[in-house]
Write a new protein. Sequence first.
Length: 557
Amino acid sequence: MAAIVYLDIDDEITSAAARLRALEERRIALVLPPGSRLATSRINFRLLAREAEARSKTLEIVTGDPSARALAASAGLPTHVSVAAFEARPAAGSGGGPRGIGTASPGEGPAAEGGGGPTGSSAESPTIALISVPTIAYPKAATPPARVGRRPAPRSQGRRLAVFLVIVAVLAGAGVAGFELLPSAAISLVPTTDRIGPMQFSVTAQPGVTRPDPVGLLVPATQFTFDLDASDNFLATGVLVAETMATGEVTFSSLNTGNSNVIGAGSIVKTESGTEFRTIGSVTLPPAQIGIVDGKFVIIPSTRKVGIEAVASGESGNVAAGAIVVVPEGENSLRTIVKNDAPTTGGSRTESSQVRQIDVDTALLELGAAISASFDERIAGATGVPTGTTLFPETKVLGPSTPDPDPVTLVGAEVGQFEMSLRAQGSVLGVDPGPVSAIAEARLRAAVDEGFRLDEASVTITVGDPIVAGSVVTFPVSVRATQTREVDAAALLAKVRGLGLPQARTVLGDYGEVTISVWPDWVTTIPDSESRVTFTVVPPSDTSGSPAPTGSAGATP
């Protein structure tokens, strides 16, 4: 049982090897079309030969190309000029004579074509390892010889030409019917589409710019100013204390009959409980006298009065009469006596509220915080700011504040509370981001190549989060789109009429992907008559032909 595998012109070595592995037949024929990519190198045939040998298969090459047969034969593979020749030749060992790898059919191979080299392996051929590819399961052939792949139906151009001439001759007298059989062409062009971008750049907003600048990538920034104020009542935490010292008078008495006694100013006398008083002046007590009273000798003390004042201020210095009895330190209490004949009076302590410096400082801090909070609220509310403008709190600047009244006049005031207000002015930067997108679009349109048009639906403009540095706001921008080749169908049709198909494809290939269909299929040139050619431009977004074409020229045959 043999298998026949038809290869496409673009099939690679890996595809051919995979198809060999998928077959169970022992004898396999690979049919190569003219211009096959596989037939461009002897190495490809050597790889296939090794693959077949490793799987105990016999591989033979079928091609009408003499050079391809020569390359296959040089790799040790049998070759045939046609499938019929392959089918007519028995496999090696089947009775038709031994035909090992490297043996060609008579009239085939390199010798028959006037060239070639030795069959089989060459001593100087490089050692090549076949790349492993995934095995692809193909349906098993139902009847031998199995034909796997696509086999072009054999045709004869000479025969087709003869049939065509006969038809033309028969219909020559039919007028219009004969005209319908003239050659025609249908051209379909999908214009080239290229990407633009993504382009990334930055647009800067700064004060002093009066209008958007697409060249310098600049947009205006506006400084907005707000008048701010705050006021409140504050408690005075200071205490003003007013104290007075008690005053009075004491009487010193001396029982010393031998000497006078001097008590200096500032001498301390006190009550038994320890309340102290100082003498305001000094006194001199003369010696005491001895007298007879009722027939008895008695000492008559000398006495002197002196003013006193309490050592400590306040009501504690107000003592009752007779309470001061302790003589100054150093005096002999047996010889010197002290006593207040009347109460001491005038000792007092009063307290009142007073504004301290810390009270004023605290008030200023609280008012400053209120000003700042008010500023933030004004920015968030965008009071008085045009619609579409964004304020950037990072750029806010709060100017110096003015208190009322002057804090200096408040310190020391004997009041329980005081009122204070604070006024200031704040500024912040605002930007209308709309022109940023406009500049980005202008930059994108400037990037469209000559001969292309911008696909409006593909335009994507992304403006990133702004970056603030001082009084400058920068917007990162990314833009991308697609552009499509502009196609004038009528002009291109005029260019290609009368050209050979390869030349027409070359001319149209500069504008996109072109497909040319001719009738009959052996026609090799674009008809010169505009009425025999249809030129259709297919939108790049859908090459299936379902939407209406964007442009066409010519007539449908």
